[in-house]
Design a protein around this ligand. Structure first.
Ligand SMILES: Cc1cc2nc3c(=O)[nH]c(=O)nc-3n(C[C@H](O)[C@H](O)[C@H](O)COP(=O)(O)OP(=O)(O)OC[C@H]3O[C@@H](n4cnc5c(N)ncnc54)[C@H](O)[C@@H]3O)c2cc1C
Length: 429
């Protein structure tokens, strides 16, 4: 019997794109797959803001990659950070010092927070891309409330009780709505010296409207709804500088104990090691087959890409697009491995737009799917259903549902504990 040829596939990133690609190759004897991620888990980023606002525990939105792929005997999961790609000799290098050779490489490393060239703003703001960042956001907001309760200085209290969120896209909208609900309402009887109803959440957006990629009607609804909850929405407000505790805009200055940056993303740095030119956001444009021009064995998928699909439709940086790209590459590799298919003409990727949705405070949302637009409670139910449906496994789905139901009924989110760190109080003499 002829020996089967086994292809070595290395996948960088176990996010939506990388994991979906791996799943397509699972238990296919013609592939020896190595999935490398610097984290040990797959993270459901669309629910990160729920961790940041103390609504869901991290376990509900992240799951060990190893356990997800435990039954795929041909897939090895390695926790390492890829720092170099040598496309001439088909090798990637990890921070661990290890090198990994490949026949096929799939780069699905996702995106990180981007500051439009103002990288120094990072030291004064908190981002929202990883679990660690979501914890930090949560802890900073809660700690500032504790500090405000300790303070006798009214101006200081006011600053500590102000959260400025830069960027009026879905993340900024979801965070701002969730923070007012959490602190103004759910925590209203928790403090004695400060009045949590005085908490200020200011959402700063450079464009003329929040949710700029949505229909104008949805944007207007979201703004009205946020304002009715007590969020100050500043549109057409360009941030010109960010310093410690202050956001400087063209129309004035905001003093805030917590500054969250939700205004931009750029591709992960490893993309810069690919042998093709990247755009200003560090993203690369593959061929329609998702392979790099001139490198048929190197594919890119998800947030690292900037492209239009085979129908000329721009592919957005959202989870369904990443999953679809990962699945497309996996299926293509399986097809090409069938004897006789080598060298076949590759099909082009077609993006299936599953719509957009953003939650606006507790129990309200906006949903757009083709011509269908939903707003309010019905939209929130649709949002809830879809997000639970797409969580990775049954335990997460059930657990998230129970946590949401509990926080909805009791109006009291649960995940509010953090460690005492003496250095946090070093300025409070
Ligand atoms: C706060 C927030 C809210 C969002 N809300 C929504 C939403 O409501 N709906 C929606 O559709 N999309 C949403 N998105 C966008 C969506 O999460 C992304 O489009 C999606 O995660 C992209 O998938 P990906 O596989 O390209 O990257 P990711 O899911 O980011 O995965 C990339 C993986 O690569 C790993 N990695 C990165 N660099 C390296 C390296 N050098 N070596 C090894 N591993 C590496 C990372 O650890 C990560 O696990 C949201 C994103 C954020 C941050």
């Amino acid at each position: 019997m002829a020996e089967i040829e086994v292809k070595k596939v290395v996948i960088i990133g176990g996010g939506f794109a990388g994991l979906e690609c791996a799943k397509q190759l699972a238990n296919k004897p013609t592939f020896d797959v190595t999935l490398i991620d610097r984290a040990n888990h797959h993270l459901f980023q669309p629910l990160l803001y729920q961790v940041a606002t103390a609504t869901l525990p991290a376990n509900d939105i992240a799951r060990s990659l190893r356990s997800i792929l435990a039954d795929a005997g041909n897939i090895t999961v390695l926790m390492d950070e890829v720092t170099e790609i040598d496309s001439n000799v088909n090798l990637v290098h990890g921070k661990s010092g290890k090198a990994y050779s490949f026949d096929t490489l799939v780069v699905a490393a996702g995106a990180k927070t981007g500051y439009f060239g103002n990288d120094h703003w990072a030291q004064h703001t908190l981002g929202m891309k990883t679990l660690a960042e979501a914890y930090e956001v949560c802890e900073t907001v809660l700690k500032n409330l504790e500090k405000a309760e300790l303070s006798d200085d009214k101006a200081e209290q006011e600053k500590l009780m102000t959260i400025a969120i830069v960027g009026g896209g879905p993340t900024g909208v979801e965070l701002s709505g969730a923070f007012v609900e959490l602190i103004q309402r759910s925590m209203r009887r928790n403090f004695r010296r400060i009045d949590t109803s005085k908490l200020k959440v200011i959402l700063v957006e450079a464009g003329a409207r929040i949710l700029p990629t949505y229909e104008a009607e949805s944007s207007a609804y979201a703004q009205k709804r946020l304002e009715s909850l007590g969020v100050e929405v500043l549109t057409s407000t360009m941030v010109t500088d960010i310093q410690e505790g202050r956001v400087i805009t063209k129309s004035g200055e905001i003093l805030a104990g917590t500054i969250l940056w939700a205004a931009g993303v750029q591709a992960e740095s490893i993309v810069g090691k690919l042998p093709v030119e990247a755009n200003r956001a560090g993203k690369v444009t593959p061929e329609l087959s998702l392979a790099l021009p001139g490198y048929p064995n190197i594919f890119v998928a998800g947030d690292v890409t900037f492209m239009k699909d085979s129908n000329g439709v721009p592919v957005p940086g959202v989870a369904p697009a990443a999953s679809q790209m990962g699945r497309f590459i996996g299926k293509l590799l399986v097809k090409e491995a069938i004897p006789g298919n080598a060298g076949m003409e590759r099909p082009g990727f077609v993006y299936w737009d599953k719509g957009a949705m953003a939650i606006v405070g507790r129990s309200h949302a906006v949903v757009e799917f083709g011509k269908i637009q939903l707003k309010g409670f019905v939209a929130w139910l649709a949002w809830l259903f879809i997000h639970i449906l797409f969580l990775v496994d049954f335990r997460s789905k059930l657990s998230v549902f129970i946590h949401w139901l509990w926080s909805y009924i009791t109006n009291a989110p649960g995940v509010r504990v953090f460690e005492y760190k003496p250095e946090d109080y070093k300025d409070n003499k």
